[in-house]
Ligand binder design. Structure first.
Ligand code: ASP
Length: 433
């Protein structure tokens, strides 16, 4: 196959063209055209992905659970998945803390930039602060209560309730396992067929991925730059060290943590792994949403990485909701950066508090754009750093959101490989596209 016919190259070309379009659009003050006539194609693309996420989770999880046919295997896999998720998240935060304490980006921020940023973004902070405040007022066990929906259709009608959908699908699967085979057969066949149909739909949607990604990218650039490109460039360079610290942390996390996981628990090479899941990572990057990317992540992990559906149908939806290595790393860097910029020195105890709260905050963050910065409020409050400091980083958050979401998606896929391998459920790698 010619290189440019490969899906990931088409997506990369879409991304680059979108970037160029966005830059030209803001340089020539034609932003309105881009927002009115280009952005809708990106929205349609993301909506299509979101549309199939819930039915896909239900169908594939029911099929996955019933084919496991063994409760002990299911609970062992569940325990293993959660444990690896927790370990990788704490490692991500530790890497973030080491990097931010080494680079010290907050000390490099000029005084006048700090004052300017605080003034211009402080209004935006209020809404986010309120959202996090509501969360803080809840019982510490609220997250358990939230997993159990009181109405399935309500749960299924909101894409941020993935865990509730996972819960119902697990119940359904376990129920099916426990009734006579002849009776359950009809339902199992139904979900099996539904699953195949949705996977086909993912294929259709991915045909327009390059166009969707082009539109998303053009819109992001236009929204960021507005009509004054030079202002956006100034902001980026003022916060350059901070962005660099987050980026280096994310790269190191992938190179150290995922590569070591593969070395220890599976024979997969990091390069092969990335070649297989590239389109999912690129989509995570361009949509800034692990939830919207989920159908594609599932398809790539099953078809290309060879992870058995019994594993992927559980590990990936749960991961898209609670496993956010990129987000937790970013929260650690952002919290320390804000403290540094405000002239506060954080003690070791405060930095350890960051490890704990950023783990919880990343679990609580939904797989949607901008969720990580809302949950950052919780981290800042725990270490007594003024929440208004978020104003300092809001301007560049969208870009960092793209990067951290790409890592979030990568992390879920990496853990599914490890769990599948250790359960003897990892098939052949397919790198053809
Ligand atoms: N956008 C991220 C995700 O969907 C969450 C975040 O804002 O960090 O994974």
């Amino acid at each position: 196959m010619k290189w440019y016919k490969r899906l990931h190259w088409q997506i990369i070309i879409g991304l680059i063209l979108g970037l160029i379009w966005g830059l030209i659009s803001s340089a020539t003050a034609t932003n309105e055209f881009t927002l009115d006539y280009i952005r809708p194609f990106g929205t349609i693309f993301v909506d299509l992905l979101k549309l199939i996420a819930v039915p896909l989770i239900v169908a594939s999880l029911v099929v996955g659970v019933t084919s496991l046919n063994d409760m002990t295997k299911l609970s062992r896999m569940g325990g293993k998945t959660i444990l690896i998720y927790m370990i990788t998240t704490s490692l991500a935060i530790t890497i973030g803390l080491i990097i931010v304490n080494t680079i010290q980006p907050g000390h490099a921020l000029p005084e006048e930039t700090r004052i300017g940023l605080m003034e211009s973004y402080v209004e935006n902070v209020e809404g986010r602060d309120q959202a996090a405040q509501e969360l803080l007022e809840q019982s510490p066990l609220q997250f358990l209560v939230d997993i159990v929906p009181e109405n399935f259709f309500e749960a299924a009608s909101d894409n941020t309730n993935m865990l509730q959908v996972v819960f119902v699908a697990l119940l359904l699967g376990i129920g099916l396992m426990n009734i006579p085979v002849q009776k359950g057969e009809v339902l199992i066949h139904f979900f099996d067929a539904l699953n195949d149909v949705i996977i086909k739909i993912v294929d259709f949607i991915m045909k327009i991925a390059p166009i969707g990604v082009f539109a998303l990218m053009a819109a992001v650039i236009v929204e960021l730059a507005g009509d004054d490109l030079s202002q956006a460039i100034n902001l980026l360079s003022a916060l350059g060290w901070y962005c660099l610290a987050v980026t280096i942390g994310l790269i190191l996390h992938v190179l150290i943590v995922y590569a070591s996981l593969f070395k220890l628990f599976s024979k997969m090479k990091l390069g092969d792994f990335f070649r297989a899941i590239q389109p999912a990572v690129l989509l995570g990057f361009s949509t800034s949403s692990s939830a919207a990317t989920l159908p594609v992540t599932m398809e790539r992990v099953e078809k290309n990485l060879g992870v058995n559906e019994e594993v992927s149908s559980f590990v990936l939806p749960v991961g898209a909701t609670i496993n956010m290595d990129g987000t937790s790393l970013y929260q650690a860097v952002a919290a320390v950066f804000i403290a540094q910029a405000l002239g506060m020195d954080l003690s070791i105890a405060q930095q350890l508090t960051i490890v704990l709260t950023a783990t919880l905050a990343s679990i609580g963050a939904a797989g949607v754009p901008g969720a990580g910065i809302i949950m950052l409020v919780i981290v800042l409050q725990a270490i007594q750093v003024p929440v208004e400091g978020i104003a300092l980083i809001l301007g560049v958050d969208r870009i960092l959101d793209m990067l951290r979401t790409a890592v979030n998606v990568t992390g879920d896929a990496a853990v599914s490989v490890v769990v599948a391998h250790t359960e003897g459920l990892l098939g052949k790698l397919h790198l053809d596209d």
